[in-house]
Design a protein around this ligand. Structure first.
Ligand code: HEM
Length: 199
């Protein structure tokens, strides 16, 4: 066993943490936006917020171990490594910043709300927050591909950009089209939710 093996293992832990954060965040986010009940939306928000520290954790694991492996066996001028560094900095720093601010606004709106309103639904469906989260999710898929294939500049620039744009567009469209807005579930007030949960 070499230190390089250990670094690659730590790197994989970083990948796992990152994709758990995306998976949990997106499912909990969709449930929170669509639940139609303030009380239950707060519960889903609690799960959503668990993902916030996962982004800087993944950043530390991936950047730390990746930098060691790059210095040992590759170089910091290798296209897919430069692309990986840019991607993880955007994912870790911008992602965390947007998520913390966005989730904070959602929490404040939910705590101030007594019933489910369209104004509340529009805060929970904040396009900036969800577009950014879906965009960094897309970029992470591209980073995964780059790390495995180790291509030149063309793919290293085009793929993260294209996947970020596709991911961002999907996130934007999913909240703009009202998927999971809770519209239609307004009848499911906190009082009625327990006997009449939304489908
Ligand atoms: C979203 C960000 C990242 C993801 C999803 C990711 C994913 C991966 C995966 C799955 C591997 C294993 C590939 C293989 O064994 O063939 C890998 C290897 C590697 N990654 Fe990353 N990585 C990311 C960020 C970074 C960063 C920021 C760096 C550099 C600072 C980096 C440098 C490396 C290096 C040097 C290897 C070793 C390649 C090898 O020995 O085959 N990665 N990465």
């Amino acid at each position: 066993m070499t230190l390089y093996n250990v670094a690659l293992f730590v790197h994989f832990i970083g990948v796992i943490v990152l994709f758990i954060a995306f998976g949990v965040g997106q499912r909990a986010g969709a449930r929170m936006r669509g639940v139609g009940s303030v009380e239950h939306a707060l519960l889903w928000l609690g799960l959503l917020k668990v993902t916030t520290p996962m982004f800087p954790t993944a950043l530390l694991f991936l950047l730390g171990s990746g930098s060691y492996m790059a210095a040992e066996a590759w170089s910091f001028t290798t296209p897919w490594i430069i692309s990986g560094i840019v991607a993880i900095l955007l994912i870790g720093v911008a992602g965390t910043g947007v998520a913390i601010r966005g989730f904070g606004r959602m929490e404040a709106a939910l705590e101030a709300a007594t019933t489910w309103t369209r104004d509340l639904a529009s805060v929970l469906n904040d396009t900036t927050t969800w577009t950014a989260i879906y965009a960094i999710n897309g970029m992470s898929f591209a980073a995964l591909w780059l790390m495995v294939v180790k291509p030149g500049w063309g793919q290293s620039v085009v793929l993260p950009t294209a996947f970020a744009l596709i991911g961002g567009a999907l996130g934007y469209l999913s909240v703009r089209r009202g998927i999971g807005t809770g519209v239609g579930n307004e009848a499911a007030t906190d009082e009625s939710y327990s006997t009449n949960p939304p489908s």
